[in-house]
Design a protein around this ligand. Sequence first.
Ligand SMILES: N[C@@H](CC(=O)c1ccccc1NC=O)C(=O)O
Length: 285
Amino acid sequence: MCTGPGRTGVTRRALLSGGAGAAAAVALAEPAQAAGRHRGLRDLTHPLGPAFPAFSPGEEAARGTVTTIPDDGYYMQQWRLIEHVGTHVDAPAHFTPGGRTSTELRPSELIRPAVVIDIAERAARDADTVVTVRDIQAFERRHGRIPDGAAVLMYSGWGAKAGDPDAYRGADAAGTLHFPGFGTDACEWLLRHRAIGCLGVDTLSIDPGDSATFDTHRALTGADRYGLENLAGLDRVPRHGATVFVGLIPYEGGSGGQARVLAPGEWSGVGRRLVSGRVRVVAAW
Ligand SMILES: N[C@@H](CC(=O)c1ccccc1NC=O)C(=O)O
């Protein structure tokens, strides 16, 4: 479902030309390292359309064509969206009375150092598993301390299921959803001890799917922090040392909203490219 990383790979190769550039392009095609520095640009956003699974049935995005170039001289669509479909932000206002809305989140809060907690192996056996305090402590022993203000992102492997709504939602016969999320203890630990900036997941909700009480939502938004849901491509982000940029649409009064989420790494270098008959120096990811 996530086509972003593939596309950016092609763009990088197109921008770099010859010699050292060609060698760099080959190196960039490798998966991101498990930790530390990474090169290139990862797109953590799922393409959004009517087929993308919604948290509640019937709340999928809807689109229609409003104008066409043959008929009107220009092309335009109209969308019907709730603020919580596709790759999106949960603003503090989503679950906390008086919480900040989308326009009230500051730009500096939307660019964060990121860490990725990998629970994919466990999630493959148990859809109801959650990120625990033990997972976080094990992460820190291996990768180092989570920086204050970080975006703490759960990688469960669920992003690969987004093209199959039933598998992604994991609804049982009673309608209860089953997918991983953050345990409330882990969320509270991260708020208290690491003053995190946000939590992010590659599933439909920061709480596990079988939660009826949304305690992680309440703890996080009650602490004036935001969530990121339906992230894509976390398998290709280094576990430690990445940055996330959250391109949240500033909906007035927004309880959150759709966002293009990017994880830019280091610039891969500078290449030379022929533009309109002149050789130009082009920076490339
Ligand atoms: N934070 C989740 C959960 C959510 O939106 C939600 C939670 C409880 C009841 C309804 C919800 N959203 C839409 O139906 C989301 O943004 O999709």
